[in-house]
Design a protein around this ligand. Structure first.
Ligand SMILES: [Zn+2]
Length: 251
């Protein structure tokens, strides 16, 4: 039991240290709550800060629900310029605009169970990148994900099309099982591993995203939403492995 507690504390502190490193790398400040919308659309690093600040407002009960007036909702004159594409889980407890405290026209969202992607998802993400010129792509997993939990059970005959979800998540589930952790930690690890796999999949997706990512024209990062705290943790390894970002650090 002591050993498990120690490991849990270690993982928790590791994650918190990771978040402060992510904030430093992204120049996100602890006492700032707002980021300009137009700048977020032009610069995806700024867009990441905007998501961090919006989530901080939400987690601290300081949401302002921007751009959600009747006029905002019924205005179809201006077209759309979403500053971020989110690939998230369909879970009803993870409403993207609410947890990032964003409004109409801000986020271009695709949601499926376990944020498993297929052809139509790829086309949707590419459309946002090419036609809407959205430069930031976030794969958003979450704590206690039912789809990942189902894959952890390695079912032999999942019903109907659910099999496609299970098969996509299974490699991450098996990897997490091999770590010999307790059930909750195993699930947390599988959720994280699934997000990282999906980030890598998009970074390598031909013919559009892989090229744009390599040139530094789009950022593709991973994050995990914590249902209990309301906080979104951006996964450090997906931030430090941004090619253009490394150049920024050197500069
Ligand atoms: Zn889920």
């Amino acid at each position: 039991m002591k050993k498990v507690m120690y490991l849990f504390t270690f993982l928790l502190s590791f994650s918190m240290v990771g978040q402060s490193k992510v904030k430093t790398l992204l120049k996100a400040k602890d006492d700032v709550y707002f980021a300009d919308r137009d700048s977020a659309y032009v610069d995806p690093y700024y867009g990441l800060r905007k998501l961090i600040y919006g989530n901080k407002r939400f987690a601290e009960n300081k949401s302002i629900s921007p751009r959600q007036t009747d006029a905002d909702l019924k205005n179809n004159q201006l077209g759309q310029k979403p500053f971020a594409t989110i690939i998230g889980c369909a879970d009803s407890r993870v409403p993207n605009e609410i947890i990032f405290d964003q409004g109409v026209g801000d986020l271009f969202i695709t949601r499926t169970a376990g944020q498993v992607m297929a052809e139509a998802s790829y086309g949707t993400i590419e459309y946002a990148t090419v036609a809407l010129n959205t430069k930031l792509i976030v794969v958003l997993g979450h704590e206690s994900c039912g789809a990942v939990d189902a894959a952890m059970k390695l079912p032999e005959n999942p019903p109907g099309h659910v099999v496609s979800l299970i098969n996509a998540i299974k490699p991450s589930a098996i990897k997490a099982k091999e770590a010999n952790l307790d059930d909750t930690q195993e699930l947390d690890l599988a959720v994280r591993s699934n997000v990282v796999e999906q980030v890598n999949l998009l970074r390598n997706l031909e013919p559009i995203l892989s090229r744009k990512f390599d040139k530094g024209e789009v950022l593709i990062v991973g994050a995990i939403y914590n249902l209990s705290s309301g906080k979104v943790e951006f996964i450090e390894e997906t931030i430090t492995s941004l090619p253009k970002f490394k150049q920024n650090i050197k500069g």
